[in-house]
Design a protein around this ligand. Structure first.
Ligand SMILES: O=C(O)CCC(=O)C(=O)O
Ligand SMILES: [Fe+2]
Length: 225
């Protein structure tokens, strides 16, 4: 497995999975029971493996169709002595995105993301005074003003890895666009030329992470029922 190292600990692997695997994964995501979806204002998501919580995640088994990829990512030795135990599924329609944020202390500081169905462009923002980020008083405008330092093109079937300084000290975001223009700030344009336009389709991302703190509540639950 060869991962490309970009500046500040971002790694990108195109074609991490095949088209057939991509189709199967998309089918499985949409086959999940309706209550599994959590609707946010600008995207939908599913949590697998439990719901991360400051007091500890009540761990739930990850289904076989996802576990295969958790293991595949785990075998890359990115997580040190930790094992990924949580998958966040995000669905973005064209025009949807995610505000600048960090993934914060609920996760071990390594993100791995498999993209399905569409490309997107993930932006990283300049280093911040992290004491003050994503607070209740931070207006969307203030967030948007945070300067981008670089962007990564995430093609369908690719794997992205973010760790170290980039995870800890920089916000990341996806702009709410229907179409992305290949710009100089994209560090992995591949064969695309600056100025080319890529139209977004529906994208599903699988973000595979390690939640360090898991509570034992499942044991009590399974005993009780
Ligand atoms: O969809 C993506 O690639 C990014 C998702 C993300 O940043 C998150 O859920 O924290
Ligand atoms: Fe994130």
């Amino acid at each position: 497995m060869q991962l490309l190292n970009g500046p500040k600990s971002v790694f990108y692997e195109p074609n991490f999975i095949t088209e057939e695997e991509e189709r199967r994964l998309v089918d499985c995501v949409y086959a999940a029971p309706k209550p599994k979806w959590q609707q946010l204002s600008n995207r939908r998501l599913q949590n697998w493996g439990g719901l991360p919580h400051p007091k500890g995640m009540v761990a739930e088994p990850i289904p076989e169709w996802l576990m295969h990829y958790v293991q595949k990512v785990s075998s890359l030795d990115l997580f040190g002595d930790k094992k990924p135990n949580h998958v966040l599924v995000n669905e973005y329609l064209p025009g949807q995105g995610i505000m600048p944020h960090t993934d914060g202390p609920l996760f071990h500081p390594v993100i791995t993301t498999i993209s399905l169905g569409s490309h997107t462009v993930l932006n990283f923002h300049e280093e911040q005074d992290l004491e003050n980020i994503v607070g209740e008083n931070t207006s969307p405008n203030q967030m948007k003003q945070r300067k981008k330092i670089m962007s990564v093109l995430l093609e369908p079937r690719s794997l992205l890895v973010v760790k170290d300084d980039l995870y800890q000290n920089h916000l990341h975001s996806i702009e709410e666009l229907k179409c992305d223009e290949i710009s100089e700030s994209i560090i992995n344009p591949g064969t695309f030329k600056v100025g080319e336009l890529l139209e977004r389709k529906t994208r599903i991302s699988l973000t595979i992470r390690h939640v360090p703190k898991t509570s034992k509540a499942t044991i009590f639950l399974s005993k009780k029922f």
